[in-house]
Design a protein around this ligand. Structure first.
Ligand code: HEM
Length: 386
């Protein structure tokens, strides 16, 4: 199955093109300069070699590629043993039984949302009616946000991610409100624990493993990392299905296999770049030397299409590939939520296809609109008919 690169939509200028040097020195939208790595093998070094530090990249003086960076207290801004300790706690709280319960929940929720789509359309905007409400409900359930708070919580998260075009001031206010909400939620969970991730982390915290502040930052990190990315990935996978006839021929009446989901996530990644790392000492990266103090980030879009490790890289291999893609990163900061995200994409796509056999892009030039995000790829709307 082939895939054309125009389906990638607009990419940030600093990502360059397929013809770019494997490691290029690039000026970022902030004016800071850093190395952008699009060679798959070298990209893995940036993500796994401890000489490349996230903690150093989170310091105020470090080069930045945009203005929205994980807080210095985030799990994403830690290195070494501090990071490993926190990561072990989070992994321990993502138990197989919790994941199994989430699968059942995602199936029910997907069917409910698709019923609403069927009742109100055609046409329908798959982003507003399907790709957005699914991940927020999943995160709400995962974190143990009570049902009655769901609407308030959802509004704040959406405002924060600018889905409703809020001003920077409003965004900051919603950010602060979300911090206040999460603090209150942690307090309530401490008094009345439930079967959710926050309660499991509090249990770990009360054993002395996690400070209150670390817990707050972890709750926020899960939210920040798990929402916009998943909305993006659901919309991008649906777009690929709608515009790639050979994929469609294979999936209609068939099964959306794990291998196909993995290929979709490789070919059209919701994360276009990794977070930058700062070199703690001089590091040789292919033909260049990254000097101590300089930053490097991974161009996920092009690394995932590196022909040296993915033969015929634009082709969707229905049986999967031997090499892991970098959409969820790799190494110590590998995405905690990857299984949850994969499960949502697979469930959403397979149930959507089964429910709407005649699904097609709505007629007209405006059916697909790409969002401008620098780091997260996705659509602001995807109008469909059936
Ligand atoms: C398709 C959806 C998703 C994509 C594309 C994605 C992508 C990524 C990537 C690329 C990283 C590593 C960044 C780096 O090393 O620079 C990451 C880390 C992370 N992700 Fe995801 N993610 C997704 C969904 C989720 C979900 C659903 C959750 C939570 C439920 C989540 C939680 C996290 C957390 C907490 C980290 C930081 C891990 C650490 O620092 O050890 N992500 N994600």
């Amino acid at each position: 199955m082939s895939g054309s690169s125009d389906r990638l939509g607009p990419l940030p200028a600093f990502l360059g093109t397929d013809a770019r040097q494997p490691v290029a020195w690039v000026r970022m939208p902030t004016g800071d300069e850093m190395w952008v790595v699009s060679d798959y093998t070298l990209a893995r070094i940036v993500l796994t070699d401890p000489r490349f530090s996230r903690a150093a990249a989170a310091r105020p003086e470090a080069p930045k590629f945009n203005t929205a960076n994980p807080s210095r207290n985030s799990i994403m801004s830690m290195d070494g043993s501090e990071h490993t300790r926190l990561r072990r706690l989070v992994n321990g709280a993502f138990t197989p039984s919790r994941t199994a319960a989430m699968t059942r929940y995602v199936e029910e929720l997907t069917d409910r949302l698709l019923t609403e789509v069927a009742e109100t359309g055609p046409p329908a905007d798959l982003i507003a009616s399907f790709a957005t409400p699914l991940p927020i409900a999943v995160l709400t359930r995962l974190l143990g946000v009570p049902l009655e708070d769901g609407e308030q919580f959802r509004t704040r998260v959406e405002m924060l991610f600018d889905i409703t075009f809020s001003t920077p001031r409003e965004k900051a206010q919603h950010g602060m409100a979300l911090v206040a909400y999460m603090t209150g939620l942690i307090e309530r969970k401490r008094r009345h624990p439930g079967d959710d991730l926050i309660s499991a982390l509090i249990a770990a915290q009360d054993g002395g493993a996690l400070s209150s502040e670390a817990l707050l930052h972890l709750g926020l990190a899960l939210l920040m990392a798990g929402y916009e990315t998943t909305v993006g990935q659901l919309g991008l996978a649906a777009l690929w299905y709608l515009t790639e006839p050979s994929l469609r021929a294979r999936l209609d009446g068939g099964e959306v296999s794990g291998a196909i989901v993995e290929e979709l996530i490789r070919l059209t990644p919701a994360a276009s770049v990794s977070f930058p790392r700062v070199a703690l000492e001089d590091v040789r990266l292919g033909d260049v030397t990254v000097r101590a103090g300089q930053a490097a980030l991974v161009d996920v879009v092009h690394a995932n299409r590196d022909g040296q490790v993915f033969p015929d890289p634009g082709r969707l291999e229905a049986d999967g590939r031997a090499t892991a893609h970098l959409t969820f990163g790799i190494g110590p900061h590998y995405c905690v939520g990857a299984p949850l995200a994969r499960m949502q994409v697979r469930t959403a796509l397979s149930r959507m296809i089964a429910r709407f056999p005649g699904l097609a892009l709505a007629p007209g030039p405006d059916a697909v609109r790409w969002k401008d995000g620098l780091t997260t790829r996705g659509l602001t709307h995807l109008h469909v008919t059936w």
